[in-house]
Design a protein around this ligand. Structure first.
Ligand SMILES: *Cc1c(COP(=O)(O)O)cnc(C)c1O
Length: 401
């Protein structure tokens, strides 16, 4: 990757006015240690080679860039290509970051990994990598989420990790985050906190973005090899924002490439039952970083909703807030029923069952493609496969599972 691509964030961890390190004093040494270790690892050819080799041999990279001819024909407009992160080991893009940070933890001499998970997908990715790298693994999870996500809890346990139930507060993700940070402060000498998206205090948004940028780097090479030119649109769903920034970032300086992030409008933006942080939120500080958030007029974080478990988060990565601010990317929102339409469209045209998160991007891309000529190239990041969501879909469309 060219040096100029790495200019963001600035040394303080800011993307324009967004990002930073809004944490208690006790966490600063741990973040500084991480930042220094990452700087060293990212210029260490041995470390980079190990990451690339495991991307190839363990994750199965490069993932294909698939020209979705049946989908494109059905819509009758632009040419749609799918970046097949659903074919990565464990069925989603989260493994790219879990692997990168797992290797970084080892590089730092840490033996114990902690992470928090809401829907359980990040917990599964972390437990997977920890099994393979022989690292102790503890996953904090709210008691409510443990009840709702029993199959992921089972996966995490089968992979040899411990699930620690969190009984405080609303017993969901934000309480699990609090417990994970408490553990990290106490055990930082041997413990690595493995964050799951491009959120949190600096340097996490930068580290996670760089490990996920393998998606955009491969996409660029693949489109160039197939069409001898850059794509016209990149479209990805945005929860915390890691799969989207991983696709977008390597194209940041390619100004002809339009970037579109699709947020979850849930039951509608007027309903207060959504997760559209950029489209409908305000700037504030959450979990150590300054970005767009869903908050009420008193600054309280609002409850969120999305049919896609991975999009159900009240904040978003600071780099997305910056891209929105400077107009480099556009952010739109798609409601639950539209995401289900996108889901069914891909199932029936291409024989691919997508996760509900990228189903949001599929719906938006299909609408956009209809009004464009065939020569226009649209890449959708198919961030994960849909097996995990079958119960939700069955209930939503009233079909027996
Ligand atoms: C977790 C998840 C997401 C949302 O996370 P980002 O950090 O926004 O990428 C999207 N798609 C899938 C399949 C996921 O598992």
């Amino acid at each position: 990757m060219a040096i100029k691509d790495r200019q963001l964030p600035n040394p303080g961890g800011y993307f324009g006015q967004f990002g930073g390190k809004f944490v208690p004093e006790t966490l600063i040494p741990a973040l500084n240690e991480l930042e220094q270790a990452y700087a060293k690892a990212s210029t260490d050819s041995g470390f980079q080679q190990q990451f690339q080799q495991l991307c190839r041999e363990y994750i199965g990279r490069p993932t294909p860039l698939y020209p979705a001819q049946q989908l494109s024909a059905k819509i009758g407009g632009a040419t749609i290509l799918l970046k097949r992160e659903d074919l990565a080991h464990t069925g989603a893009h989260k493994i790219n970051n879990a692997l990168g940070q797992g290797l970084l933890a080892k590089y730092m001499g840490k033996t114990r990994i902690i992470a928090e998970t809401g829907a359980g997908q990040h917990g599964v990715a972390v437990a997977t990598v920890c099994a393979m790298l022989s690292l102790d693994c503890i996953i904090y999870m709210g008691e409510e989420d443990i009840k709702r996500q029993s199959s992921n809890v089972l996966r995490i346990k089968l992979l040899g990790a411990e699930v620690r139930p969190v009984a405080s507060g609303s017993r969901t993700l934000k309480d699990a985050i609090t417990e994970t940070i408490r553990d990290w402060v106490t055990n930082v000498h041997n413990t690595y906190y493995l964050l799951g998206s491009v959120v949190g205090p600096h340097p996490y948004p930068m580290i996670v973005r760089n490990f996920q940028s393998v998606i955009g780097q491969e996409t660029k090479e693949q489109v160039m090899a197939m069409y001898h030119r850059l794509p016209d649109y990149l479209i990805a769903c945005v929860g915390g924002g890691s799969n989207a920034i991983g696709l977008f970032h390597p194209f940041f300086n390619d100004k002809s490439v339009k970037l579109i992030g699709v947020e979850a409008a849930g039951q509608g933006l007027e309903s207060n039952q959504h997760s559209a942080s950029i489209t409908a939120g305000k700037v504030g500080v959450l979990h150590g970083t300054k970005s767009h958030l869903l908050q009420d007029k008193h600054g309280q974080i609002m409850p969120t909703h999305s049919i896609a478990p991975g999009l159900d988060y009240p904040g978003v990565g600071p780099e997305h807030s910056y891209y929105a601010d400077i107009g480099r990317a556009t952010y739109v929102a798609v409601i639950d029923s539209q995401a289900l339409e996108g889901f069914r469209l891909l199932c029936s045209t291409e024989g691919i069952i997508p996760a509900l998160e990228p189903a949001h991007a599929i719906y938006y891309a299909a609408k956009l493609a209809a009004d464009l000529p065939q020569e226009q190239l649209i890449v959708i990041n198919l961030s994960g496969r849909g097996d995990k969501d079958l119960d939700i879909v069955a209930e939503a469309i009233g079909m027996e599972s």
